[in-house]
Design a protein around this ligand. Structure first.
Ligand SMILES: [Zn+2]
Length: 177
């Protein structure tokens, strides 16, 4: 992803974070509901390998998440779908695009292509759940004897350890080794 796009996604995430006056940890489900959407869990309506999907419903939207996933993963999945909602469907940020969208199929359903939209949705989810300045502060707080306690960091943001670690990698704080 090019740096301009990444910065735009970052700015959008921060704008929404500020507008809704959110606090850490961010409850993506509550956010989705707070902006007029619904979130439902299913054990049968999603293929086993799919984490979540998003559908336009009238003037609003519905996010469906897989019930057989840990809460932390679902939090990230909902934030990922919110990324599609704002970036690719235009909800609240691009009225023309929103009007033109009839159906959005999350590209994880496709075997090929649309990889860029997946990356963008993941970038949004990470930036939204773990805002850069808050993340850097938290890393400092949870670093003891030169070692950052990823478990504590993940708990603080209510994300998986993998998501917490990857955020730091993309921000250049942790190495990829
Ligand atoms: Zn997606």
């Amino acid at each position: 992803m090019n740096p301009v796009k990444r910065r735009k996604i970052q700015e959008l995430a921060e704008k929404i974070y500020g507008n809704l006056q959110l606090r850490i940890p961010i409850d993506a489900k509550a956010v989705a509901q707070g902006i007029g959407g619904t979130v439902s869990e299913t054990e049968t309506d999603l293929p086993e390998e799919i984490d979540a999907k998003i559908d336009k419903e009238g003037e609003s939207f519905k996010i469906t998440i897989n019930a057989n996933r840990p809460n932390t993963r679902n939090n990230f999945s909902i934030a990922h779908e919110l990324g599609h909602l704002f970036l690719h469907m235009g909800y609240l940020v691009n009225p023309e695009r929103w009007k033109s969208v009839n159906k959005y199929t999350d590209s994880v359903y496709y075997r090929f292509g649309h990889g860029e939209e997946e990356l963008e949705a993941n970038e949004f989810a990470a930036a939204f759940l773990m805002p850069e300045n808050k993340y850097k502060k938290a890393v400092k707080e949870f670093t003891k004897n030169g070692f950052c306690q990823i478990l504590e960091l993940a708990k603080y943001f209510d994300v998986s350890q993998e998501a917490a670690l990857n955020r730091g990698r993309w921000l250049g704080i942790f190495s990829w080794e």
